[in-house]
Design a protein around this ligand. Structure first.
Ligand code: FAD
Length: 428
């Protein structure tokens, strides 16, 4: 079975591919009765959708239907639907939708851990557009549970950020948004040589702040471009605005005379294309991240130092990319308290893609990357040290699900919906 990373890859006793929600109910029923450990897989982009001998993987790839309701501006999506597919469909209907930035990531898998997209500044996190979900719980004989604002709203709250731990989500309905022609999106990418790091980092502090970010989120990345041995700095902003306005925002970067730049309006269906080089399945890879309150040029500069250190000390991990992305919190903050996603004060995420030839190099590079994250969050209070739930698993629950009472509320819900830990032991 194809997966994004081979880290933690295990061989189950069986891989079951349900073709309907009823099939899912039957499989979960059998597994619960026979006490067979199960794990759910949708897009296979995390290291957690795999299980060892004795267990079953429920592979939801065949649940790949979706429908668009243009009247009510919603999309109903099954877990086998990947980002590229839905983006193309909503574009054809004149809309955009919160979806993963990479073509092969499942739209449902992305939502369950919060869902960060170019539309955060305008409409909040992906989960903020979630209207309802259908869930096969640990009690499949009672039928699939619907959760929405009208029924099982506590379960909906949990699904919005901790959705991997309460049942099999077989379908979601989420809002989509009309996209006017003058809103682009205009993708503007620049490449700089690393001797300009200090100036670029300073310019990014300007570009990543203020009201302008609502319609102009972006990312900056240190990596060696394909075919190059030395790293470069890539900066990419997505502007939901006309080109003349975008030009004013890009001015501090344009002044630095980029080595290369590409500026083009990207149809929504092509939004993931620029990330295709990161989407390929297979290989020893990790994607992890940590949250910050604002873009700090000095911290970004240190990602170049990290690249150089790994290049020197861990030669087996040459394919790493160190990204910092930023978005406005306007659309995110107004939904405070409505979801298990609890990082509504974090508008900047440092995200590291670690790619290595062997496990030892991978592990060594991950450790160095974690040291970098510690540096990034050194000026934050303990309660502010956010970790993105889509990228981390482990004992650090209060860093993934922050805020007073969040973990406690999730534990209560877990006791109610999955007291035996059919869908992992998280929160038990
Ligand atoms: C290249 C790449 C790009 C990414 N881009 C983004 C991005 O732009 N924004 C963002 O927020 N995240 C992004 N992510 C993170 C991604 O959203 C998470 O890794 C997500 O969990 C992947 O979902 P999946 O279904 O593809 O993976 P899987 O490994 O299949 O599933 C992930 C987890 O969810 C559980 N799960 C899967 N389906 C279900 C279901 N239907 N019901 C209940 N539990 C389920 C699995 O058991 C597993 O624990 C990216 C990851 C990669 C590798």
């Amino acid at each position: 079975m194809s997966r994004w990373t081979d880290v933690n890859k295990q061989t189950p006793t069986a891989i079951l591919q349900p073709a309907s929600e009823l099939d899912v109910e039957k499989i979960v029923y059998k597994a619960v009765k026979a006490k067979i450990p199960i794990i759910i897989k949708s897009g296979g982009n995390s290291p957690w959708s795999t299980i060892s001998s004795g267990g079953w993987i429920i592979d939801l790839s065949l649940l790949s239907n979706f429908s668009l309701d243009t009247q009510n501006q919603t999309a109903t999506i099954q877990p086998g639907v990947l980002s590229k597919t839905i983006n193309v469909a909503v574009q054809e209907a004149g809309f955009c939708i919160q979806s993963p930035g990479s073509a092969k990531v499942s739209c449902v898998g992305f939502l369950l851990g919060g869902g960060s997209s170019y539309l955060n500044g305008l409409y909040g996190m992906g989960v903020d557009s979630l209207v309802s979900a259908r869930v096969v719980t640990a009690y499949p004989e009672e039928g699939t549970v619907v959760c929405s604002e009208e029924e099982n709203e506590e379960l909906l709250w949990a699904i919005k950020g901790a959705g991997q731990f309460f049942g099999v989500v077989t379908e979601v309905t989420m809002k989509m948004y009309p996209l006017k022609e003058e809103e682009g999106p205009l993708s503007w990418t620049m490449v700089f040589t690393t001797d300009k790091m200090k100036e670029v980092a300073l310019a990014l502090e300007e570009v990543s702040k203020g009201e302008q970010v609502v319609r102009s989120p972006g990312l900056a990345m240190v990596m060696a471009m394909p075919g190059f041995r030395k790293p470069g700095i890539m900066v990419s902003l997505i502007h939901f605005r006309p080109e003349d306005e975008a030009e004013k925002i890009m001015a501090p970067l344009l002044e630095l005379d980029p080595a290369q730049q590409i500026k083009k309006v990207v149809p929504w269906g092509n939004m993931t294309d620029s990330a295709d080089m990161l989407a390929g399945h297979g290989g020893i890879k990790t994607l992890h991240s940590c949250g910050m309150k604002e873009f700090d040029g000095k911290k970004f500069e240190k990602s170049l130092e990290l690249w150089e250190k790994i290049d020197k000390e861990v030669p087996g991990a040459k394919g790493c990319a160190f990204i910092m992305n930023w978005f406005a919190l306007d659309g995110v903050k107004i939904k405070e308290g409505t979801s298990a996603w609890s990082h509504r004060d974090m508008g900047v995420w440092s995200m590291h893609l670690i790619s290595a030839e062997d496990e030892a190099s991978h592990n060594a590079a991950v450790e160095l990357s974690k040291e970098y994250f510690d540096m990034c969050q050194a000026d934050l209070q303990k309660s502010e040290k956010a970790l993105f739930p889509n990228h981390w698993r482990g004992k650090d629950l209060d860093r993934r699900f922050r805020g007073q009472g969040t973990v406690k509320r999730l534990r209560v819900l877990k006791e109610l919906w999955d007291p035996e830990g059919v869908f992992t032991k998280q929160f038990l």
